[in-house]
Design a protein around this ligand. Structure first.
Ligand code: SF4
Ligand code: SF4
Length: 225
């Protein structure tokens, strides 16, 4: 990375610590953003909605249309893909029909704010681990690219919303959740490859909700994490 880019990033991160959401909902209605769901997000939604059938009304299984799209989705989703009867799919929230708005957006408000997915809670921050396992904090590409999109990030804020310790907590929780999600994806995809389970979306959700009748699978996963 060039010196200038490093400086830009440092400055941007400084601004993030003074980030204050303006509640404009632009990130909830951007065509450039797909909200991903972790197993924890699905568990919270399931508790809220009450059934798998209801849950299926609000989530989507995003599938690559071709190789180029596959790379794009992989980059964008930042979560693992799961094998289904129709091929590899990424789980995320649905958008409203013929709209780029999130299915849970009403006016400028989020209908599930207290249980919004991890990706929404973190936005515009992103978290990852470097090769040494050190937590890295970043800024979502969409927030950087759409200059006027996230005013909370780019305009000076009157009060601090993200204090350093809050960012660290968000990051640690996120990384812990992502590690488990990747592990679950590995187990699921291996089970599908070995013909142990039929990869219907219902079976996949039961597996991710860890409420399935195949408690042996969950027990095995638990034992290995
Ligand atoms: S779940 Fe809520 S916060 Fe997340 S994109 Fe949808 S409306 Fe916005
Ligand atoms: S675009 Fe930025 S300021 Fe607007 S709601 Fe999203 S996070 Fe908040």
């Amino acid at each position: 990375m060039k010196k200038r880019e490093r400086k830009d990033k440092k400055n941007l991160l400084k601004k993030v610590y003074f980030f204050e959401c303006k509640r404009c909902a632009k990130c909830c209605s951007s065509e450039k953003i797909l909200v991903t769901c972790t197993h924890k997000d699905l568990q919270k939604l399931y508790e809220y909605l009450g059934s798998i059938e209801k849950l299926l009304e609000f989530i989507a299984f995003y599938q690559p249309k071709n190789e180029k799209h596959s790379l794009l989705l992989k980059e964008k989703m930042k979560v693992p893909a799961f094998k289904t009867l129709r091929g590899l799919a990424y789980i995320g929230l649905l958008k409203k029909p013929n709209s780029s708005e999130c299915i849970f957006l009403k006016g400028n408000s989020c209908l599930i704010y207290p249980i919004r997915p991890r990706a929404c809670e973190n936005y515009p921050l992103t978290f990852s681990l470097d090769e040494k396992g050190v937590l890295k904090v970043g800024v979502a590409e969409s927030a950087k690219l759409l200059k006027n999109s996230c005013k909370g990030l780019l305009s000076p804020a009157s009060k601090r919303t993200f204090l350093k310790k809050d960012v660290e907590k968000l990051g640690i929780d996120t990384v812990r959740e992502l590690r488990r999600l990747h592990y679950l994806a590995k187990i699921w995809n291996e089970m599908v490859d070995n013909g142990i389970i039929v990869p219907t979306v219902r079976n996949l959700l039961l597996f991710l909700l860890e409420k399935d009748n195949n408690s042996l699978i969950s027990a095995t996963v638990d034992a290995k994490i």
